[in-house]
Each structure stands twice: as C-alpha cells, then as structure tokens.
Write a protein that binds this ligand. Sequence first.
Ligand code: PLP
Length: 403
Amino acid sequence: MSSPKSSSIGKGTQLVTGGRSGAFGKRVVNPPVWRASTHLYPDCASLREGVKSNADGNFFYGRRGAPTQWALAEALTELEPGADGTVLYPSGLAALVGALMAVLRAGDVLLVQDNAYDPTRNTAMGLLKRYGVEHRFFDPLDTAAYSDAFCDRTKAVMLENPGSLTMEMADIPALAGIAREKGAVSLIDNTWATSTGFPALERGCDISITALTKHIGGHSDVMMGAASAGEKLHRRLRQTAQQLGHVVSPDDAALALRGLRTMGVRLKQESESALAIARRLSARDDVAHVLCPMLPGAPGYELWQRDFTGGCGLFSFVLRGRDDAARCRLIDALDLFGIGYSWGGFESLALPFDVEPIRKKMSWPKTGWGVEDRCGIRLSIGLEDAGDLIADLEQAFAVMNQD
Ligand SMILES: *Cc1c(COP(=O)(O)O)cnc(C)c1O
C-alpha cells in the first residue's frame, strides 16, 4: 500500500496509513526496529557519496536516523499540512529548545507567551539568556500589547494554545500573522491538540512543535518531541539538531508510531469524557471556574470552535474559596486518578497547580478569578469509563468537604 497524501482523506485514515511509503511500508504493517549506529557501504566511492545527501531515507550514520525514525518523521509530516519535513528530538522540551536555537542568535529578542509551558519559560530565562538572547513575556489575550512588544531585534515568538495550566485560548492566526508582518518566526507548542486538531502551519505558524510524550506516545512509556516546518526552516531545524547531537532511539520511534495509529480514537474518547466531566464540575458550588475551551460557555470556546478540529482530555478547574489543604484532601482521596506530571496517556491524572508565582504579564486580577479562588487542579482524562471518573471525583469532593 502507499501513503495517501490527499488532504481529502480522513484524519483516522491518515493516522493509520502515514509514513508507510518506504520499502517496508509496502511489506509489513510496522517498520522493523532498526538498531544501528553504523551503516555499511559497498565501497569508498559510495561512502563519499553517502555524506552528501543529508535527508531522511539516506543511510549515513546512526545520528541521521534509520528506517524506523524516518517512518515516524514521515507520518508526522503528512499529518501537518504545509510541512516539508519533521525533526525528531529525545523529548518535547528538547524539540522546543532545539527549534528556538535553530532560529535565534545572540542579540535577538524572543517573545514568549506568559502562559507557556513552564520549562519553555525557564529556557528563555536561563539557557537562551546565557547565550545572549533576550526575552519578553507577553499576554496572548492582549493583541495590542503583543504587537507593541516587537522591536527591530525581535526574531521569534513562542506561542502555545491553549496556555499551560490555565488553558486560555489565544487568537493564533492573528498572533502568527503579526509575527510574520514584523519579520519574526512564529513557533507554536502544539502538544494539546496536535496537528490533527490544530493544523498549525495552515493557521499561519512557521514551526509546529509537539511533545510526542503526550498524545502520540499515548501510553506513558516514551519521551520524544518533534518539530515540523516548511522547506527552509526544516533545513535549519535539521542542521541545528544534528549539531546538537539530537537522536532518538528506533525502539522509542516504534513506540511513538504505534501510539500514533490509535491516537484518533483515543483523543475522541478522551475529549468526550472530559466534556462530560467538565459539565459536571461546572454545576458544582465548590468549583469557581472550569477552564476547558471545549465546554460551551467556558473561556476560549469561540476560538476553539473557530480554529480547532479536535480537542483532548486535558483541562483544569479552580476550587471556590478553598485552601491548599482542602485541595490536597480532594486529590489524595481520588482513587482512579494518578497524581503525577505529564498527560495524554490512557490513564487519568490529577495535578494541583498555582500559577501566580510563575506569571509576569497575566497577573491574578486579569484572570477574572475571585481573590479567594486560587487553588487550581488540572485533570488529564484517560480512557476509563467517564461514569467511574465522575463517581470518583464526587466521592473525593465529599471527602474535601467533610472538614
Ligand atoms: C510535557 C510538555 C512538553 C514537554 O514534553 P517532554 O517530552 O516532557 O519534554 C512541552 N509542552 C507541553 C505543553 C507539555 O505539556
């Protein structure tokens, strides 16, 4: 079989058939796990020829990959309309940092969404600063202030939608459009929806980055990241990743590819359960805010409807007037939800969060939350039955409210 490239085919079909154009794709369903540092050449002439063609599909040395990694990269490129290629990284954060390093140099200014994933913010404040790149945080909901934040040296903007933890939806086509007008490269952390729910390049972004650790791996057993872009930027991503020595193992690439095949049904199911749970939570008196852009009436719903073709099981809520002790009582009483970082696996997780100490431009009064309503909880809804998850949450709320 060949990989249908037509965008008229459904996402589920694309997820199943992607990345199978190579020699193996026609003969086996899954590419072999091809473990190799060294590829052998028949003679010196082919060895010399081999180094010249730096592209997926050409054997050279393990750092440039082998058929398992190429199949995954090809599948991801096919899923991102407008992409010429995809570079794989050993984690989602490595993809974010690798992409930033590919487009920035000393003296440049980087704009970072104030509600970006915390390690992304830390890279701007730490590593990039040490290498001479300045950063400015901006409120993605304030387009005028964002536009004013550009200067002659602004060379890149780091976007993410929805924002980490507080799940604000920004108008990405507008923000990416402004970046383009000002001559800056826009990068987006597209982990929440993936390209199947938000075709980032089609919506105006230049580089689409995904933590494959989350939905694509999908089983909490692999860490990986990817960045996809058009021809020119893909070449820069690739060169920088090779200079940084980034490489992913074929075993991990096979796991990510396996996860990818079923991602469509998982995201559909998770989204449906998350929506049912978000509805229940929004009816409770002890919940002040449900931060779930897929929920009609919730903040960001209109933009989600306009720009996205899918969602996922990750959303947050804020307790009304409760303190941290009450919040911990609730989370500790949960039976089916694990307590831990990450998300996008088949199992449900709960995480307490406090954003006030980590935000610079999106301070508390701007969130519209009450002064007493500060205790946030993020849920990653997995594939358990929604009814069981709702019952688990309800008994945990009862434990919280006992004192
Ligand atoms: C988890 C996550 C990452 C980083 O992925 P890792 O594989 O854990 O490094 C990046 N962005 C977002 C939004 C994430 O949730």
